[in-house]
Design a binder for this molecule. Structure first.
Ligand SMILES: [Zn+2]
Length: 484
């Protein structure tokens, strides 16, 4: 009798197992639609700062979770390169694109500076996927370049530009194609135009032209209008004006274009890389917290767009977002402000340091360079909320007056950072505001700080633990079922 009960129990257990965890698991779905996002210069602290900023602007203590930080998988990645603990965007771009650690400044080459390594984008292209490359900075800047080009030095912009057209990829979106001064001749510009034609690329400038000529092109290079205030990169999210191409517009165009291509191929899928946070890096190089945090929110808007796509294709979509390195050494907390940060103060800053520079320049131009302290004061109130929503100490006001004397009455030069030259008054206003907010910066360059890795969808589990940046494209290939 006992034996019979035992047998029944074993059979019952076996039956239960068939319907639960012991059942043979279905094959995991392959990632067919891949969104590979790179938020340049974005450390874990940059994202956390942006979450504090959103929360504090709503009068709430702590963090307001973003879409990206709500994705199911969160890991971190180290970013060291083969030549330095602190990477540049070329070495980290090569790692994130080609799965290879190389020296700072190398694009798609091994450390011998000769052997070419191939990106996940090229592998997807060879496997028949429509491929798109996007960025908010020049298309031949280091990060996007690593997905289609090879160069010994990242500043060989003209050589890298030529490789855009021979890549065969379907969609390119960026601010511009930059050519360094010594190669920027009419002959070379003609050569690039000829290459576009020979290789079947339509080149459009601005949203209107893209809508008219780009959407239905065979292969497209979508750039912004050359008449924007700064053609080198898309406008900072904080500065954007109606009609200008934003990173969200560009991403939507990229998705639509590639999805259409995918359908033409019988629903093949697509591979999309977009350096949606190219300007987070610029904002952090400039040590401009409001511009950088607003740019993280632009990145988040892009993630939201991808997440909508994922919801429509949940079994076949993979979203991965990471950064190539941290920039600026941003700290959340300062000795001077004690155990308190007040990122809500940044809301009073209505523009980037670059746009503020343009405002001060217009003020100079309109007044034949004879600008009064009262006029400067008014601009600081309008653009930074000083003496209005932001109270200043006597020392802070004294500092602003000193800078006024030196730069408006004297000959003090503009302040240089990696990607911009700013009015001393704009730079000082941002420095004062960031300091009052309890934020600190340790460098105008990069750091070796950890960066986040967020993932969602088919193959998301591959990105859970502590990642190495060179492993990430290999894991994406694995999720897509591509050989590496
Ligand atoms: Zn950088």
């Amino acid at each position: 009798m006992k034996k019979k009960i035992f047998t029944v129990l074993v059979l019952a257990l076996a039956a239960a197992c068939t319907f639960t965890s012991c059942a043979k698991k279905p094959e995991p779905k392959k990632a067919k639609y891949v969104f590979y996002f790179i938020s340049d210069g974005t450390g874990v602290n940059t994202v956390q700062g942006a979450e504090y900023y959103v929360a504090q602007c709503q009068g709430v203590m702590g963090r307001a979770p973003l879409c990206m930080t709500s994705l199911p998988v969160f890991g971190v990645s180290a970013t060291w390169s083969a030549s330095s603990d602190v990477t540049d965007s070329a070495a980290s771009g090569t790692a994130l694109a080609c799965g290879e650690k190389t020296y700072n400044s190398a694009i798609g080459l091994k450390t011998d500076s000769l052997t070419e390594v191939y990106s996940i984008a090229k592998r997807a292209h060879e496997a028949g996927y429509p491929v798109g490359i996007g960025t908010s900075v020049p298309l031949n800047h280091a990060t996007p370049a690593c997905f289609y080009a090879h160069a010994v030095v990242r500043k060989q912009y003209f050589d890298i530009a030529k490789q855009i057209y021979t890549s065969g990829f379907d969609f390119f979106g960026g601010a511009c194609i930059h050519v360094e001064d010594k190669n920027n001749t009419p002959e070379n510009q003609q050569l690039l135009a000829d290459l576009a034609k020979e290789n079947g690329y339509t080149v459009t400038y601005g949203l209107k032209q893209y809508a008219e000529q780009g959407k239905n092109a065979d292969k497209i290079i979508m750039l912004q209008d050359p008449d924007v205030p700064d053609v080198y990169s898309l406008p900072y999210w904080i500065d954007r004006k109606p009609g200008q191409v934003t990173i969200v517009d560009q991403l939507r165009a990229e998705i639509d274009f590639l999805y259409k291509k995918s359908e033409e191929k019988g629903g093949k899928g697509f591979f999309l890389m977009n350096e949606i946070g190219g300007k987070v890096d610029f904002g952090c190089h400039a040590n401009d917290a409001a511009a950088a945090f607003e740019e993280v929110l632009a990145v988040d808007s892009c993630v939201r767009v991808a997440y909508e796509f994922y919801k429509a294709h949940p079994d076949e979509t993979l979203i991965v977002l990471t950064a190539d390195h941290e920039t600026g050494g941003l700290t959340l907390g300062r000795q001077a402000t004690g155990y308190k940060i007040s990122t809500n103060l940044l809301k009073s800053q209505k523009l980037s340091k670059d746009e503020s520079t343009r405002h001060f320049q217009s003020l100079r131009d309109a007044n034949n360079n004879k600008v009064s302290w009262e006029q400067v004061k008014q601009m600081l109130t309008d653009d930074f909320g000083f003496w209005d929503t932001v109270e200043l100490t006597a020392d802070e006001e004294k500092k602003l007056q000193e800078v006024y004397q030196k730069s408006f009455k004297g000959t003090m030069q503009k302040e240089k950072s990696l990607y911009s030259e700013n009015e001393q008054m704009a730079a000082t206003a941002v420095r004062i505001l960031d300091g009052k907010a309890g934020l600190g910066w340790t460098t105008g360059g990069h750091t070796a700080g950890l960066v986040p890795v967020y993932a969602c969808g088919a193959g998301q589990e591959l990105f859970i633990p502590h990642n190495d940046n060179a492993q990430i494209p290999q894991n994406i290939a694995k999720a897509m079922g591509l050989e590496w």
